[in-house]
Design a binder for this molecule. Structure first.
Ligand code: KG4
Ligand code: ZN
Length: 336
């Protein structure tokens, strides 16, 4: 089965064809318009998706050498609703026009299953750390569609913390790649920053959990500590500050993975989402005494191959969605 995947949940317009032998095409157009605003502007994202969706899908089909796929999968949440709607409506219309099945895919499920596209793919059950600009969650993936949130951030996502620190240092947007680069020249022990734990009674977590779990995370205190340091008297260099901040984020994430492995006895781990492109985090995870599968950076950031692939796995199980499938701003993977 050859599946056309479409992804438009944030600021990437992406299309891909995935078949029995893997990825046949993988086209990603990154919207640059948001850089001047220091963050994604939802209205502009939706308009830019509408401008690019036809050319992106056409290129993906041409590169795959396919006129008509056997099915269409499109991200139907979570994400910016105006952005999600562009790809979702386009995908449903294309499926209806071709007379092929359609399935709406959870963007986070796409990320957490993306390692299954790799040659050294993990086997179920595996741990999957999804760390992006909007989400930071550690899942136990037991099967396609069966996921347990073992821990998640109770406030800022890790990528959001990278972006906010970069903004404080006036390094531009998105912040992750530039902090990553600068950190290589800095001393990670230069500034003493906290590895905060969530407070005893946090507000509801993004997946709706009340009360803290041992593997939950918190990044807003770390961001505040960076801000306090910047306004203090003896300010470290940007490189030292970036290295110290990045070290703190990596320490927290690696700690949760190690404790999840101890708690569950699961030995396979993978990672996805934009922050999974971070060089220090990749090195730290690779050094663990576990079976580690790290998709290439281009498969960690938003792409449509992961959507085509997750959709294909569900379609092969006989799942389909009607053309009334709606867009969802919040959606925990595994929930119907
Ligand atoms: O998954 P993604 O492409 O989009 C969503 O948020 O869904 O992730 C984008 C996030 C941004 O916050 C960006 O700063 C961060 O990933 N990021 C990084 C790196 N590359 C991208 N964070 C740390 N190190 C990087 N190398
Ligand atoms: Zn994402």
């Amino acid at each position: 089965m050859y599946v056309l995947g479409i992804e438009t949940s944030c600021d990437e317009t992406a299309a891909s064809v995935v078949g029995p032998s893997g990825v046949l095409s993988d086209v990603v157009y990154t919207q640059e318009i948001h850089a001047e605003y220091g963050g994604v502007v939802p209205e502009l994202a939706g308009r830019a998706h509408a401008d690019k969706i036809v050319s992106t899908v056409t290129t993906a089909l041409t590169r795959a050498g396919i006129d008509r796929p056997d099915a269409v999968a499109a991200t139907s949440g979570p994400g910016l609703i105006g952005a999600v709607l562009v790809g979702l409506c386009f995908g449903k219309a294309a499926a209806a026009g071709w007379g092929v099945p359609f399935i709406g895919v959870n963007h986070l499920e796409g990320h957490l299953l993306s390692a299954l596209l790799e040659p050294n793919r993990p086997v179920f059950p595996f741990l999957s750390l999804v760390v992006s600009g909007g989400h930071t969650s550690l899942y136990l993936a037991e099967d396609v569609g069966a996921y347990r949130v073992l821990g998640e951030t109770v406030d800022d996502a890790a990528g959001e913390a990278f972006d906010k620190v970069a903004r404080m240092l006036e390094l531009g947007y998105p912040g992750g790649p530039v902090v990553d680069r600068l950190a290589r020249e800095g001393n990670p022990a230069a500034v003493d920053l906290p590895r905060p734990r969530p407070k005893v009674k946090p507000p509801k977590t993004p997946s709706g959990h009340r009360g803290t779990r041992p593997l939950d995370m918190s990044f807003s205190g770390l961001k505040t500590a960076v801000r306090s340091h910047i306004s203090g008297l003896s300010r470290a260099t940007d490189a030292d500050l970036c290295a110290s901040f990045q070290q703190a984020v990596v320490d927290v994430l690696v700690d949760r993975v190690q404790r999840a492995a101890q708690q569950t006895g699961v030995r396979h781990v993978t990672m996805a989402g934009g922050v999974a492109a971070n060089s220090q985090l990749r090195a730290a995870l690779s050094a663990l005494d576990m079976e580690v599968c790290l998709p290439p950076k281009s498969r960690c950031t938003d792409n449509a191959a992961m959507i085509a692939h997750a959709g294909r796995l569900r379609l092969l199980r006989g799942e389909r969605h009607g053309l009334d499938q709606g867009a969802r701003a919040q959606w925990t993977p595994g929930d119907s």
